[in-house]
Design a protein. Structure first.
Length: 94
């Protein structure tokens, strides 16, 4: 838990996660950089905590959030899976 914030109660944590899911679903145009940072900041996680949850390095997350990284599909899946998301390709006629 990011030390700048007071810890959330278990009920609040669940509600926050549900809110994060809804917000990301409402913004399909967000890049992986934006999604990664949004998940981490909304759930009040440090880079180290999120890296541990996702089983990626802190440096990898830093680069992704700073839009300097070019993550592999495997890395993107590692980041999304613990939070209930999966990577999909959707056909669009646009």
């Amino acid at each position: 838990m990011d030390k700048r914030f007071t810890p959330l109660a278990a009920v609040d944590q669940v509600q926050k996660r549900q809110q994060v899911i809804v917000t990301i679903q409402q913004n399909p145009d967000w890049t992986i950089h934006q999604i990664c940072r949004y998940i981490r900041t909304e759930l009040r996680l440090t880079l180290a905590e999120m890296a541990k949850i996702c089983k990626v390095s802190v440096q990898t997350l830093q680069k992704i959030e700073a839009e300097q990284g070019n993550p592999t599909l495997q890395t993107v899946e590692k980041i999304l899976k613990p939070f209930g998301f999966k990577l999909q390709i959707i056909y669009s006629k646009n």
